[in-house]
Design a protein around this ligand. Structure first.
Ligand SMILES: [Zn+2]
Length: 375
């Protein structure tokens, strides 16, 4: 997401904030200060009300982040890497590298978020309870009650059994475990998710007809977002399934053009880059791979040095970063390409170059499979 910026890191995961988040944050602060808290206790000083609103909103949004982090924590313990967490208009999204491989694992990851939200809700119910003698006269009571309530709503909303909500993921894992068919489980639960989204949109439209514009529009937005997420989630799962059933060995190109590490930049540009028009070439010394050279490595060298600079002087030598084993799945290859921002990976077996695989190859295989109806 390009419209986001990095906030900080937790558990080694970069936390991003989308700009839409600030709009929602300001709206929540404003609603709390102007509508909610005055309604609870008309006797709060305006200054106190704004402080309450800001504190309550900050804690609420931290609770949403904690909800995401608890999913991520459990996923990390199962060996799934979390690329990032982005806070945006409807809460947070954790970007996982790869999906869980077992229904039980998926169930634990999905349940962790709502469980933490219920726990946070419990803490604030207890605080509110300690201040209950004051009723709404105490700002601590009013803020705690609000946080107890909203965190509970967060848990309940997320437990709705439509994919990709947490409840939908739990139900999907149950169906997956019973039937052994992840695709079917995803199809069923994403349909429930879409059904729920349509119900939200209808309630929203009804609200608007009744003259309740803000909450009506809000429900319609959430409904539309959920509907899109259900579709997207289903497509993603299908893609993952197709890709993980394909081995790199079966789709790699085996005619690989390699360059010798001793040739000069002049020669590699003329004899290789112009001739074959690839962006990068594996570099070998004798029969063993020693590096990779790309057009970008050459561009940074001044042109008058090309005639006496050898490929081995400027090539990239971090071999594990741009190579992969033929036994891995196409999905692993795609993940690695996205992570390292490379269009091609060299396929290595026992230290020898046996093939090359590009993002374009993988996409073509996907398209072929779809065309032949074999997904
Ligand atoms: Zn969640």
């Amino acid at each position: 997401m390009s419209s986001s910026f990095k906030l900080f890191r937790v558990l080694g995961i970069p936390i991003y904030v989308n700009y839409t988040w600030f709009i929602v944050f300001s709206l929540v602060v404003w609603t709390l200060a102007v509508n909610y808290f005055p309604y609870l206790g008309p006797y709060y000083h305006p200054f106190i009300r704004w402080i309450m609103a800001i504190v309550a909103s900050l804690i609420l949004f931290s609770s949403i982040l904690l909800h995401e982090l608890s999913h991520s924590y459990i996923a990390q313990r199962q060996g799934i890497r979390i690329k990032s967490i982005t806070l945006f208009i409807f809460g947070g999204i954790a970007q996982m590298a790869g999906e869980t491989r077992s229904p039980r694992g998926e169930m634990k990851i999905a349940a962790a978020g709502p469980a933490l939200s219920l726990f946070i809700s419990g803490i604030f119910w207890s605080i509110a309870y300690m201040y209950k003698w004051s009723m709404a006269t105490s700002p601590v009571f009013a803020v705690s009650q609000f946080l107890a309530y909203t965190n509970m709503m967060l848990a309940i909303f997320n437990l709705i059994p439509g994919f990709p909500l947490d409840g939908g993921r739990i139900l999907r894992a149950i169906i997956w475990e019973r039937t052994g068919n992840l695709g079917k489980a995803t199809l069923i639960t994403s349909r429930i998710g879409k059904g729920f989204a349509i119900v939200l949109i209808i309630i929203g439209l009804w609200d608007i007809l009744q003259g309740v514009f803000i909450s009506g529009l809000w429900l319609i937005f959430v409904g539309m977002f959920l509907q899109q997420a259900a579709d997207e989630g289903y497509r993603q799962t299908l893609l993952h399934r197709t890709l993980s059933s394909v081995k790199i060995r079966d789709i790699m190109l085996t005619s690989v053009i390699v360059v010798d590490d001793s040739i000069t930049l002049d020669r590699i540009v003329n004899d290789f880059f112009f001739r074959y028009r690839f962006n990068s070439f594996p570099v070998v010394s004798g029969n063993t791979i020693v590096g990779i050279i790309s057009i970008y490595d050459i561009k940074v060298v001044e042109k008058d040095k090309w005639s006496y600079t050898a490929v081995k002087d400027i090539m990239q030598t971090n071999i594990p970063e741009f190579t992969i084993s033929p036994e891995r799945g196409a999905l692993d290859a795609l993940d690695k390409m996205l992570d390292t921002r490379r269009g091609r990976l060299i396929v290595l077996e026992d230290g020898k170059v046996i093939g090359i695989i590009s993002q374009r190859d993988i996409m073509q295989v996907l398209k072929l499979k779809a065309d032949l109806g074999s997904t």
